[in-house]
Write a protein that binds this ligand. Structure first.
Ligand code: SAM
Length: 305
């Protein structure tokens, strides 16, 4: 369809891995190879060949022309660059853990968001990375080792079976939840969608479980789905079932990103819609994605001096 054709023109996004290099060095390396550095821009539909630019919203992301093949590039092979779609870089930034934080990545494999969290905390603290699928968890181990991560504990098993009162997780304040979803936002899958009515039930169970961890103060939920049933509806269901957590304000959820939740899918509540993030596979030059950030109530109150 025309929609799919339009959507496939997304640029090649490259996350610069702070464990191995920085954005300035990566840009210089591209320039040495004959690339031209250009200013960030809004029209990403036909970027000139061999150009590199910073992303307008995320400070660790570079934007190269569509179809740039970096799979044999030395900076990719060394783990300095991670090939990761822009929207899937949102959750770790929304989580925004401080150095030393204890973090759970509940549905972690293959580990792109895990290694992003690890980079954001500079290899400090601890990241407990769960996944139900052993083969995918093995891939997470390989990819996070390649990326230079040293603060990750991979754990095979269902996050739903983890005891929130286990002393091992007593200091966990940040939880990133990227559970299985229909994948309906993924451009390469736009023409063969999964339709599983039980997904929302699972997604809600994962969020509710995360909120049971005694010190949890930030619970970030994401999907690569465009369906309101897995996105806004999940958020409104959670909000109506908890008195301890509220949605974090827009300032916590990529405030400069203009596309927010669908108001009519948030029970016509524009405030809820404004706190969550959507990306559109046909309009935003990214895959379709959704992010919401729940915060423990006392964490959203202004701090006294
Ligand atoms: N966060 C990953 C990343 O950025 O690389 C992608 C995660 S993928 C969308 C969802 C993952 O959830 C799959 O790897 C799947 O095996 C895992 N999963 C499904 N049910 C789970 C459960 N009950 N506990 C832990 N992981 C689960």
């Amino acid at each position: 369809s025309q929609k799919v054709k339009d959507a496939v023109l997304i640029p090649r996004y490259v996350r610069v891995n702070a464990h191995k290099t920085n954005v300035e060095k990566a840009i210089l390396a591209f320039i040495k190879e004959g690339y031209t550095y250009e200013d960030p821009c809004t029209d990403l539909s036909s970027l000139p060949k061999k150009t590199v630019r910073r992303d307008r919203h995320l400070n660790d992301l570079l934007v190269l022309p569509t179809n740039s093949d970096l799979h044999d590039h030395p900076m990719y092979l060394s783990g300095e660059l991670i090939l990761q779609d822009k929207a899937s870089c949102f959750p770790a930034h929304v989580c925004n853990p401080p150095r030393g934080a204890h973090i759970i990545d509940a549905c972690a494999a293959p580990g792109n968001k895990t290694s992003h969290l690890s980079a954001l905390v500079g290899n400090t603290g601890r990241i407990f990375a769960f996944d139900l699928d052993m083969r995918r968890l093995d891939l997470l181990k390989r990819l996070t080792t390649k990326a230079g991560c040293k603060n990750i504990t991979p754990i095979h098993g269902s996050f739903l079976e983890v005891d929130p009162h286990d002393p091992a997780y007593a200091e966990v304040e940040y939880l990133l939840l990227d559970p299985s979803c229909s994948g309906s936002g993924i451009i390469s899958r736009l023409d063969h969608l999964v339709d599983d009515g039980n997904l929302a039930e699972f997604q809600i169970a994962v969020i509710k479980h995360a909120m049971k961890f005694p010190k949890a103060k930030k619970v970030v939920y994401s999907t690569c789905s465009i369906h309101p049933q897995e996105n806004e509806h999940v958020v409104t269901t959670i909000l109506s079932s908890t008195s301890e957590f509220v949605l974090g304000p827009r300032s916590e959820t990529i405030p400069t990103w203009e596309r927010r939740g669908l108001i009519k899918e948030c029970n016509d509540d524009a405030d809820i819609a404004d706190c969550v993030v959507r990306t559109s596979p046909t309009e935003d030059y990214t895959n379709g994605f959704f992010v919401a950030c729940f915060m423990r109530k006392d964490e959203t109150a202004p701090k006294e001096d």
